[in-house]
Design a protein around this ligand. Sequence first.
Ligand code: MSP
Length: 640
Amino acid sequence: MPDPFYITTPIYYVNARPHLGHAYTTIVADVASRFHAMRQEETFFLTGTDEHGDKVVQAAKKENLSPRTYVDKISELFKALWPEMNIKYSHFIRTTDAYHMNLVKQIMQKIYDSGDIYFSEYEGLYCFGCERFYTERELVEGKCPDHETPPEPIKESNYFFKMSRYQDWLIDHIHNHSDFITPKRYKNEVLSFLKDPLEDLCISRPKSRLKWGINLPFDKDYVTYVWFDALLNYVSALGYPDGDRFKTFWPYAQHIIAKDILKPHGIYWPIILKAAGIPVYKKLHVHGYWNVDQSKMSKTIGNVVEPLHLKNIYGLDAFRFFLMRDMTFGLDSNFSEEALIHRINSDLANDLGNLFSRVLAMVHKYFSGVVPDVDAEMEQELELGLKSDALKVIGKFEKHMAKFAFNKAIMVVWEFINHMNKYIDITTPWVLAKKKSSRKQLEVVIYNLMESLRVISGLIYPIMPDTAAAMQKHLGIEPMEQAFHTNTLKTWKTLKPGTQIPKSITLFPRIEYQGDRMSSVEQKDSPADALPVKPEITLDVLNKVDLRVATVLHAEVVPRAKKLLKLDIDMGEKRTIVAGISESYSPEDLEGRQVIVVANLKPAKLMGILSNGMLLAAVEKSGSAVATLDRKIKPGTPLR
Ligand code: MSP
């Protein structure tokens, strides 16, 4: 039996809506978890939300909500987003869950009883944004490096955790376990931090300042510091100490984080585990940051990228593929829609999509869509088998995936795709098809190509599960979990000769990029209850928006776009627009209806269709509602 696999994401703060960065980490965890499931390992994938602390109280206040109502609302946004991204987590933890809160108290008490927690007065520099004290050394020009604001001096009595006692142990542990923290640069960063004496960690907050937290079991006037509470989620979710899941999965724990939270995970967490008498986690995988158009994503700049928006326009698998392909795990990467479109067109539409259509078209043309039988002797004689190449590719792919080198794993598959294209050029099936005498050779060539596509469908499965299933269906395989197991992939000749395959499809249509409209992706899919993020504008700015009444003349679904409808409208003049509303409206619902359109929005191509204007609609989780008028108005009439 292979070892089980336990993978976690950070639990996300509920003071902001989920964005590209959260989606990336969670998709990485999903990809890793699917990959280990392919190897028939028992997997457990944990994600969730971090709901205590001052940040959350402040965010709730801004919304005029109680912390409880507020955390329920935002946590739900995260929970609802992950299935939309095809993320199959095993459990979603909230730090406000009773079982978690009880466990935090239990562990606090245990560490307190063992003498590692003491009470003391402390005067220090506190960043309210980070909810922690800073040492002078950690500040950059006297400011918090994250929030770029000067921390405030505060003096308070608090409980402290004797981290310093475990410093030497941690240094040794890191040296003795070479892949405890990867990539290496982050291991070095932690070791370099540990060169200076560790300060003890303040693990309480007085209730006079913060009530929204887990009570300290040994002092009713204090709550637990949010990081101490949050880190314990990784064990509480498994039912520590006696839960079966804890026993099965904890010895194989692997955490994924970005570089922003390296210190709590690389230093506090192993020390907390050691002090609580829990074995230390196995691996910490640290990735870099996604920047947007070369700058840090921020609400103030207004460049926060919404994952759902990208899914709706480009398709989920293309989005997942881009994230895995365009970031070298560990380094920062830049997100732009141009780069995304380029990846879709070159790697997905051109390379993979074309190869798939090319091979299937030949199966239909030369064998009437039936998987050909192969003459084994002929195959040997030809020495044209792709088998040994395919097996090598699977081996290399597994090696890179296990190391979180996702882009390298993908590159190996794409080299194989190129190799297959060359194989077609060399074997020239169209020439073989001309002569009866070369029929057997043709069968070998086409069968080998189909088998190789089957292998590719399995290798892309963790990254693009829907595309993998579509490919298998079109190769005549009943899509089943088992078809994606690495053992099945390694078994050559699993396609059954004589199977009739369905008509071919275009896996990825090419996308045309026009102008800058596609790059403004912020908040377009915001549900009505989203946090207000748009800046105040003047009437002058509002007047620049040309809103018009339009009548829908004809509507149709845009193929392969999950939500898009193409609408021909009469707006005083005839125009075509594309709207992401097909989940709530069928074309017939809209024909003849009057709608409101932003008429002077720069035209943009969506799924190859030029959209000349934008339909107004309210969008919420359950669907959309198109804005209409309460009586018939002449098409083209402006709205004021
Ligand atoms: N609540 C803490 C984590 C506690 S874990 C015990 C927290 N939450 S967070 O909402 O701020 O999430 C931080 C994490 O979100 C990062 O470590 C990373 O996984 C992800 N990302 C947030 N922004 C990101 C980018 N711009 N790029 C890539 N990942 C990013 O910290």
